[in-house]
Design a binder for this molecule. Sequence first.
Ligand code: BEZ
Length: 238
Amino acid sequence: MESNENYVMPRIGEKAPSFTAVTTQGNINFPDDYAGKWTILFSHPADFTPVCTSEFMTFASMDKEFHDLNCQLVGLSVDGLYSHIAWLRTIKEKIEYKGMKNVEVNFPLIEDITMEVAKKYGMIQPGESNTKAVRAVFFIDAMGIIRTIIYYPLSLGRNFDELKRVLIGLQTADNFGVALPADWRPGDDVIVPTAGSCGVAKSRMEGQEEGVTCYDWFFCTKKLDKAKVEAALGKKKA
Ligand code: BEZ
C-alpha cells in the first residue's frame, strides 16, 4: 500500500475520506453534504496558472451537464480562499478562451493551505511537486464510495470528454448490471456478465439468447439502446 507521510492513498471501492473545508461557496462537510449525489472531487496545482485556467473554464462550462447527471463538481488547490476568489473573478471578467467568456465558477473550490485534504487524497505526489497538488480526479458515487481515480501531471490538462464518459459509464454499469468495452459510448453494445453455468454459455454461443453476440464463451455483448441509457442516467446507485 502506498503511503504519503502517514496518509494512506485512497483506493477504488473505498469510502471517500471525510473532511470539512472552507470553499468559495461556504463551508462543506465532505462527502456527507453530497449524500445521494455523485461528486467529482478534483485538484489543480495552482490558481493564476494557464492550464488550470483552461480547465476551470471548461469545468464551469460543463457544470450543467454534470448536474444533469446528478453530479456535483468540487475543486481543490493548496491556495487560500482570497486567491481563489481573485482568480475566479479574473476568469469571469477578463478571460476569453476558445469561445468561452464571462465564465462563472459556481461550484465550490476548496482552500487547502495546510494540504491536509490534498494529502488525505494522495494529491501531493512529491516526484511531481512537493508544494502543489497534481491534477487528480476522484469519481465518488451517491453512497460516498470512490469509483474511479485518474491522475494527470502538472503539464497536461484533463480530457473533459473522457471525464463525462467515465461518469456516464459508471452510472450505466450500475443501472444495467453490465460491463463496458474499450471506448464505449452510449448506444454501443455492452458486455453481459459471464454465464454462470455451462448450459447458459453453450446456448449463448449457439446464438440462442436473443440479442446476445458471443466472440467466445467468456466474451458476449448485447445491444443497449442509447435512449434507455439516457433515461437511466443520474439515478442513485441501488
Ligand atoms: C498550469 O496550470 O498552467 C500549471 C500549473 C502548475 C505547473 C505547471 C503548469
